[in-house]
Design a protein around this ligand. Structure first.
Ligand code: MN
Length: 500
């Protein structure tokens, strides 16, 4: 599953007005084109930035913004008012705009030419007031957008644009996306459930159920050649525990795992799914709970979460798109167990089987162990230690009145201890601002035990993404206090109730 962000376009739309006259407007257009090309040429910016002819009146603005709506690979627009563009001209276009918006508050000249500045320079370089006029109407229309201020060659400005482009790519990927659900929600579990109709309305992706029996049929149709090709791939890429090697006690379990992977991948490809969920309570006809197969499919770019959780696969998938080509990855994760040592408190994250091997330090090892849940044969899984570094956990929850995206900045910790009896992959992290505050804040915010754990994204990506989705964003970081957070949650609840 290759994710090529360069196929996606962001349109650079520069506003002005007819009264400036031909000469000035020519310069505005030349500058706009130069900046668009500059942005497009940055390796940091992963999408194509496309120059659009400058817009000078209500009709041109409406035509350009509605063309953005109907261009399939246009994922958003960047606007800039080089000169003054009276903002009533923007109302009709902005009301029609359905793509994410970034307002780049910049200026062609970085510096004021102190000794040479004259009225021509002043008239040409007017974004200081032109962008304020534009910003006013966007605020008045209550349209969510990112505002980035600074010179267009400034490294921080470019990074903030990059973040927004990637968030827009994740958002674009959700539109029309399909997620498959094998079996229903794990019985009685609250946080993994939710309103799929509302999700489709707000987020653009659909979640539909598929019978496990239909999946089993595809799995059982796997050919010996397909299975053997995968077994060879396992041997080439992973260390194999002695008892799963050819001829050993659990080799047949590994063959079964390969068969499941062949079928599951085929099913997902045929249905054009971007992610899936299953549940150990509904595996009729399956020999094992899929472990190894799920792990490898996640590493390929599919979103996944266990127990019928359909929101986390969507979030994991969006994060994988946002982080395409970046160092580090985003993975499905679960807060599993705690180390409450006051000097060194941390969380151990894992899952029954399904931890994304894109997180692995070194070569993962294939092992087969009994699984005390689900009542199926002993499943194969990849066992490894997770990478360390600056990271975050993100959780998308349905609060009944609205969706909430909760993000906690964490520090991923290197796994140093030997864990000879733990038969699953494991990751360690320390929540910010500290263990007690971070965990209390997460629980007060209603965050799930299932998350997207990211070693490549910063909270800014998720904040931009939440704004595009029009949902609540709650950040728990070094500045969080429980008292402030409790109040924020109350105010937000009121806002989302009123905004309905
Ligand atoms: Mn779980």
């Amino acid at each position: 599953m290759n994710i090529d962000l360069k196929e996606l376009e962001v349109w650079f739309v520069v506003g002005s007005q007819d009264l400036y006259g031909e000469e000035t407007l020519k310069q505005v257009a030349a500058h706009a084109e130069e900046i668009a090309h500059y942005l497009n040429d940055q390796t940091l910016i992963p999408v194509t930035v496309k120059y659009k002819p400058i817009v000078k009146n209500t009709d041109e603005i409406y035509a350009t913004l509605t063309a953005a709506n109907s261009t399939a690979n246009c994922i958003g627009i960047i606007t800039w008012m080089h000169t003054f563009s009276p903002a009533k001209m923007w109302i009709r276009g902005l009301k029609a705009l359905q793509k994410p918006l970034l307002h780049l508050h910049t200026q062609y000249n970085r510096d004021i030419p102190w000794s040479g500045i004259d009225m021509d320079f002043m008239n040409l370089n007017q974004s200081a007031h032109g962008d304020r006029e534009f910003g006013h109407i966007v605020s008045r229309l209550k349209i969510g957008r990112k505002v980035v201020t600074g010179h267009w060659q400034d490294a921080e400005v470019l990074q903030r644009i990059n973040v927004w482009c990637r968030a827009a790519a994740g958002w674009h990927d959700w539109q029309g996306a399909k997620f498959a659900r094998f079996g229903d929600n794990m019985r009685y579990v609250a946080v993994t459930d939710g309103d799929k109709v509302e999700a489709e309305t707000q987020f653009g992706f659909s979640v539909n159920t598929y019978a496990v029996g239909d999946l089993v049929e595809v799995i059982n149709a796997s050919t010996a050649d397909e299975i053997n090709a995968l077994l060879a791939e396992y041997e080439a890429n992973y260390e194999l525990a002695d008892n799963v090697k050819a001829g050993a006690e659990f080799h047949d379990n590994l063959v079964e795992a390969a068969k499941i992977e062949v079928g599951l991948r085929k099913f997902l490809k045929q249905g054009n799914f971007k992610g899936f969920t299953d549940t150990f309570e509904d595996l009729h006809g399956m020999v094992q709970l899929p472990g190894l197969a799920v792990q490898r499919l996640m590493a390929e770019g599919y979103g996944f979460a266990g127990e019928g959780d359909w929101k986390t696969p969507a979030l994991v998938r969006a994060c994988k798109v946002m982080g395409a080509g970046m160092a580090g990855t985003t993975a499905f994760m679960e807060d599993y167990t705690y180390h409450f040592d006051p000097q060194n408190a941390m969380v151990l994250g894992s899952h029954m089987l399904e931890v994304d091997p894109a997180l692995a330090v070194g070569k993962p090892r294939i092992e087969v162990h009994p699984l005390g849940i689900g009542g199926k044969a002993d499943p194969a899984r990849l066992v490894f230690n997770g990478q360390s570094g600056d990271a975050l956990n993100a959780s998308l929850v349905d609060m009944g009145t609205h969706f909430r995206l909760i993000v906690n900045k964490v520090l991923g910790v290197e796994v140093q201890a030997e864990l000879p009896k733990l038969p699953v992959a494991r990751v360690l992290w320390k929540p910010l601002p500290d263990m007690k505050t971070g965990c209390s804040a997460w629980i007060l915010a209603g965050g799930a035990h299932h998350t997207a754990y990211s070693l490549c994204l910063t909270p800014e990506y998720l904040q931009d993404f939440a704004r595009m989705a029009g949902i609540e964003y709650v950040l728990i970081d070094e500045d969080t206090t429980v008292a402030k957070l409790e109040n924020q949650l109350k105010w937000n609840d009121l806002y989302y109730l009123l905004a309905k």
